[in-house]
Design a protein around this ligand. Structure first.
Ligand SMILES: Nc1ncnc2c1ncn2[C@@H]1O[C@H](COP(=O)(O)OP(=O)(O)OP(=O)(O)O)[C@@H](O)[C@H]1O
Ligand SMILES: [Mg+2]
Length: 486
């Protein structure tokens, strides 16, 4: 079976045996610990020559180290000998069987015996190395993991339930980590090296990937992955998770359906994209929606959706298609609504213009910690885009373009909540006037540092009540009544 995937030049050799015996010599250029029988005692089943005095923790660490070395050696052997082009089409079962067979032979030729668990782990890790993304593969497949953050080869943090924790998964060394990064970026036709030290990409499963390599990353490559969730959290899930209340959901349904222009604001990883995606579910199915993102994350349920992904410049600095280019083009594509994944630069001009000129019901996200900051951020973006306009004129543009600011926050206990829904009601003199309609009221902390609080209306009547009513969304007055603290 192996010969099917073997490189042509290697075809004559009898399975792996011939090559394997040469391994220790080949490996000498790299710091791979030799697997001489004596040094590998800890890999074997308990035998008479096992080092009796070694403490258990030490022994376990050594055992892991040995397996890591063995894996590296086997992997190099696999890469040297497998016909990678043929592998592309191999079925998973074939490849697993192949790896099994090769491992068997190499282990036998080295007189190394592994217990069943170690064998299974070794085979899985080898498969992940050849076919997948090495150590990252386990984390990518772990449904409970949201984000993966790699700080050099020996430190991988993961986010579970809003909390960051150190995982026990590591790369062998920086070279190993770089190889996986290379594999990811070359698959999307990009390159990352000293002269081009950072890169954005999308993994095959849709996850968002960013890497920065040395020397800019001082202690080894930095990788951040935002896992793609096949089933994005919907409105019902978010209400069930306590991200916002049913009253807020009813209000937001009216706001989206009656085509208010909405900005979701929030910090990094606060749930902006998730909120935007959930809000989009209120859009009617007969509307033509165009989405523009750096990395396509949104998953709209409607049938009439055109998705665009902007493109950074290539290695020669050419070929860029900026979010602004996409947005300008989108305006010629007869959209009913435009959704921009994140507004962070000069595209803000076109976004505000679109919102002001007939593309009501458009939505985007911005990076800001509260609604007021969100407005300042918009003003700054306009200024940075090089538009010479008096501040008052900028503000008046913003106030007539944006109707609603929805604030997403990741609180200190890791929970993500919609902490404010704020309407923009116009201008008062030089200032944009706003009124908060709903907020999250914090009341305290539990002994284990979970935030106690509740969502409440502020008691302010919505500026858009009449509009809602005219569009058939007659929201009950009780929706806007404050909830008394328990
Ligand atoms: N209310 C929630 N409850 C639990 N998990 C959530 C909630 N909202 C978002 N998440 C999860 O948190 C992670 C970050 O969410 P999301 O991508 O929406 O954040 P973001 O603000 O867009 O991040 P970024 O700034 O990186 O673009 C995702 O994995 C998402 O599934
Ligand atoms: Mg996002």
């Amino acid at each position: 079976m192996f010969s099917r995937y073997k490189k042509d030049g290697a075809a004559g050799k009898s399975a792996m045996g011939a090559n394997v015996t040469e391994l220790p010599k080949k490996a000498s250029s790299e710091p791979v610990a030799p697997l001489a029988p004596k040094a590998s005692t800890s890999l074997r089943r308990p035998s008479t020559n096992a080092p009796a005095a070694a403490p258990a923790g030490d022994k376990e660490a050594k055992r892991r180290e040995r397996i890591a070395d063995l894996k590296l050696e086997l992997h190099r052997e696999l890469l040297d000998n497998l016909n990678l082009a043929a592998l592309e089409n191999a079925t998973e079962a074939d490849l697993r069987a192949e790896i099994n067979a090769i491992t068997d032979e190499v282990l036998a030729s080295k007189n190394v015996v592994l217990n069943r668990n170690d064998r299974t782990t070794l085979n899985k890790e080898l498969f992940d190395e050849v076919k997948g993304l090495g150590p990252l593969e386990t984390l990518l497949q772990d449904e409970t993991v949201n984000d993966i953050l790699v700080n050099g080869p020996k430190q991988i943090f993961v986010e579970r339930n809003g909390k960051l924790m150190l995982s026990d998964i590591t790369f062998k060394d920086e070279k190993h980590l770089m190889r996986i990064i290379d594999k990811i970026v070359s698959a999307v036709g990009r390159r990352v090296d000293e002269s081009n030290p950072y890169v954005d990409a999308r993994l095959q499963d849709g996850s968002r990937f960013n890497a920065m390599v040395p020397p800019i990353a001082v202690d080894g490559s930095l990788v951040s992955i935002r896992k793609f969730k096949k089933d994005k959290l919907g409105i019902d899930d978010l209400v069930a998770f306590g991200a916002f209340s049913e009253e807020m959901a009813a209000y937001l349904q009216a706001a989206v359906s009656t085509r208010l222009n909405i900005i979701v604001s929030g910090g990094t990883g606060s749930g902006k994209t998730t909120t935007l995606n959930a809000l989009s579910s209120f859009i009617a199915d007969d509307e033509r929606i165009l989405t523009i993102e750096d990395t396509a994350e949104l998953q709209l349920q409607q049938t009439h959706v055109g998705r665009m992904e902007s493109r950074p410049p290539n290695v020669e600095g050419k070929g860029e298609v900026s979010p602004r280019d996409c947005l300008k083009n989108a305006l010629r594509m007869r959209p009913d609504r435009i959704i921009v994944g994140e507004t962070r630069g000069e595209e803000v001009i076109d976004m505000l213009q679109a919102m002001n000129t007939g593309h009501d019901g458009s939505m985007t996200t911005i990076h800001a910690n509260n609604p007021r900051d969100g407005i300042s951020r918009l003003e700054n973006m306009v200024a940075m885009a090089g538009i010479e306009m008096p501040l008052k004129a900028v503000r008046s543009q913003i106030s007539s373009a944006v109707n609603l600011l929805v604030q997403a926050s990741r609180l200190q206990d890791g929970s993500r909540r919609m902490t404010s829904i704020t309407e923009i009601t116009g201008m008062e003199g030089d200032v944009i006037s706003m009124q908060e309609i709903f907020r999250f009221q914090r009341v305290g902390l539990t002994p284990d540092n979970k935030i106690i609080g509740h969502f409440t209306a502020t008691g302010v009547r919505s500026h858009f009540s009449e509009r809602f009513r005219l569009w058939g969304y007659d929201l009950p007055a009780s929706l806007f009544e404050p909830v008394a603290a328990e």
